[in-house]
Design a protein around this ligand. Structure first.
Ligand SMILES: [Zn+2]
Length: 682
């Protein structure tokens, strides 16, 4: 281990539009905190930064919904997240926010650096514009039907149902999230990072990383090796909330939120160390480790490294140990659906028990595949592993030492082979835990740490100091001396995982400072003659009623969701229109002459329809419900006078009318067989 290295640890900037839940904790905040606490105990030069990500469209949408300013939204959640992290013991050296002056200044400098080098390409593209709200609709400002899965609330940047990453123009029947208006395409200039031209450099970057998780490398390679490869990506947006783009001709534009957010790590370090920050970000000694969840892999392993490479002054990330997703009671965690265990609520419902959640989340961390959090498992792990295992061992050592020796650790007599073996084992455990922590295998590490408590219990059970004491108080004192050393080792190895418990243990063991990690190797950590502190219980049993209350809370969320679904299934009647408006619709009977699938679009069928008036092309997103073969010859209802629209390069001139039942099953609106094409419907 090269100890001159400056280790820069970052945890993904949480989005300031909702509170923190257990999925966020298991994804990156807990693993990063464990890693940093361990590195500090090794005496390594490590800095740990994070902050609220306060830009981006969801924040402005939330503000609009609640009738407050975006600044008020981010102020509320920044305070909430920052408090919850602190209370949960996430030991950031600095928790910043991307609305800070330092960040705006730094992000602008970074942007200008790339711009002046010619690393950003200006391009005029067609973007959706809301004529009612008078603004362009980036990312989540636009919703519509997903072309992949037909989900009708897909966003302009992603469909949350099927996970596909989208661009706004791919949405079927796009709608402004601001006004509900039908958006129109207008041209605008934005600045693009030409990822296509940077692919070779990125490939080299990824090939030279060592010991990356296979899931992380695998995802990156699948993008690089995809059919069309990487595409240029817009780094600016036509928006008014974010870091303003500092170049001429870009008035009213801000940086893409994923351009400025990772620069936020650098800004936070500048705020922490105004004079020394560069050592952690530049040069051969800088060792940058980004802790993230798997949904952020593309931004940290492709886009940000590409930005850093183009800038040229910065070191590239050494490790990005991304975790997979944590589920809750078998369902995907979701902020918008309120399917979550919220950190601030947990801290209220289980006062003084933050370490229980830290323990369970670490023991079930989704390191290589998705994992499930259940309240039954939470209760079981607490009651049998923490209370009956770890807590019981420590309590026996403390209580017996107080009972027989007035709390004073005894001078050991002759050590038996068993005593020596147990003590020797401690150093081995220490090495194995350290290796796992350095390899980002936190589940393995905490499981090894728990084995020490199990070994302690086994040792006491075999040596039975409570029986031995009557005949041989020296031997009983020796056993308790050995057991006290095991307890001291527990206070060291659990510091990264359960810092509150470790601190309590140290005070019980009369250790006034946190020892270095290497103290595990010492034959004696607690000297004979030391008087131990008061015995306190480390963990409390979690009752059935407590987990029952949590499950009830979740069930209430489900019931509420089902009721909403039911309401939606019989959509409410729309607002009245005039008779004239109805008469403006040109509805006619048509006959389908030809039907085929549109290449590369799973959802779309292309039809040639005889309308009586003409033969026209109509594209419809119904390919999952009907085959082209069964459609040919069918009589259908055509809405004739919709303006023509380009869908996947094909101009669609009208729309086929479809009925959809509550289960999403579609049927064609077909007139009685034999109705001639061109018959007018009214
Ligand atoms: Zn979808």
């Amino acid at each position: 281990m090269n100890t001159n290295k400056k280790i820069m640890v970052t945890a993904a900037l949480p989005y300031a539009n909702g509170p923190i839940h257990i999925g966020h904790l298991a994804g990156c905040y807990l693993p990063s905190d464990i890693y940093v606490r361990y590195m500090r105990m090794r005496g390594r030069d490590v800095k740990f930064v994070c902050g609220s990500d306060e830009h981006g469209v969801p924040i402005t949408i939330k503000a609009k919904k609640e009738g407050i300013t975006p600044q008020e939204v981010v102020d509320r959640y920044h305070a909430m997240m920052s408090d919850a992290f602190e209370e949960f013991g996430i030991s950031f050296d600095h928790y910043s926010r991307t609305s800070s002056d330092q960040h705006h200044k730094n992000a602008k400098e970074f942007f200008m650096n790339l711009f002046e080098k010619g690393a950003l390409e200006a391009k005029e593209t067609q973007q959706y514009f809301d004529p009612e709200a008078g603004q362009f609709l980036a990312d989540r400002y636009i919703t519509g039907t997903c072309p992949k899965c037909s989900y009708d609330e897909a966003y302009g940047d992603q469909c949350e149902k099927c996970g596909t990453s989208l661009s706004p123009t791919e949405l079927i029947t796009p709608k402004s999230a601001l006004s509900g208006a039908k958006p129109e395409l207008r041209s605008t200039t934005n600045w693009f990072l030409p990822l296509d031209k940077l692919s070779d450099d990125l490939r080299t970057f990824l090939k030279t990383r060592e010991n990356w998780k296979p899931n992380v490398i695998g995802q990156c390679m699948s993008w690089l090796n995809a059919g069309d490869g990487l595409q240029p990506r817009a780094m600016t947006r036509d928006l008014n909330w974010g870091v303003p783009v500092p170049i001429e001709g870009a008035e009213g534009k801000v940086m893409y939120v994923w351009f400025d957010a990772p620069i936020g790590y650098i800004s936070a370090t500048q705020e922490l160390l105004p004079n020394d920050w560069e050592k952690y970000w530049k040069g051969d000694d800088a060792e940058i480790v980004h802790f993230i969840g798997k949904d952020n892999i593309v931004f940290h392993c492709i886009i940000f490294p590409a930005m850093l490479q183009e800038h040229g002054d910065y070191a590239l990330p050494k490790q990005v140990p991304a975790n997979e997703f944590l589920n809750l009671e078998g369902r995907k965690l979701s902020t918008s659906k309120n399917w979550a265990v919220w950190l601030h609520e947990y801290l209220q419902d289980f006062p003084g028990q933050k370490d229980v959640l830290r323990y369970v989340l670490t023991a079930t961390m989704p390191e290589t595949k998705d994992n499930d959090f259940t309240w039954a498992d939470f209760q079981q792990r607490n009651n049998s592993e923490l209370v009956a295992g770890f807590g019981n061992f420590v309590n026996r050592v403390m209580v017996l030492t107080h009972k027989y020796y007035d709390g004073v650790v005894q001078e050991p007599g002759t050590l038996t082979d068993e005593d020596r073996e147990v003590l020797l084992n401690m150093a081995q455990y220490g090495r194995r835990i350290a290796k796992n922590l350095e390899d980002f295998k936190f589940r393995e590490a905490i499981s090894e740490a728990m084995s020490i408590a199990r070994l302690g219990n086994k040792y006491l059970q075999e040596q039975e100091p409570w029986k031995v004491y009557k005949q041989d108080p020296v031997r009983a004192g020796t056993v308790l001396y050995v057991a006290t050393q095991i307890t001291a080792v527990l206070s060291i190895v659990f510091e990264p995982f359960l810092p509150g418990t470790a601190a309590k243990l140290r005070s019980m063991l009369a250790m006034d400072t946190l020892p270095e990690w290497k103290a595990i190797k010492n034959e004696t950590i607690i000297d004979a003659g030391i008087k131990l502190g008061k015995a306190e219980l480390l963990f409390a049993k979690i009752e059935d009623s407590q987990v029952e209350a949590q499950r009830t809370k979740l069930e209430a969320t489900l019931v509420q969701k089902e009721e909403e679904m039911e309401e939606n299934s019989h959509a409410a009647q729309k607002k009245d229109i005039s008779f004239d408006q109805f008469m403006e619709m040109d509805l006619r009977v048509g006959t389908i002459l030809e039907a085929e699938r549109l290449p590369k679009a799973d959802r779309l069928l292309k039809f040639l329809v005889d309308t009586g008036l003409d033969k026209r092309t109509i594209v419809s997103g119904i390919a999952e419900h009907f085959t082209p073969e069964e459609m040919v010859g069918k009589e259908v209802t055509v809405l004739m006078n919709l303006p023509p629209r380009k869908i996947r390069g094909v101009e669609s001139q009208g729309m086929l009318l479809i009925a959809e039942d509550a289960d999403g099953k579609l049927s064609l609106m077909s007139p009685k067989s034999g109705t001639p094409s061109g018959s007018v419907i009214r």
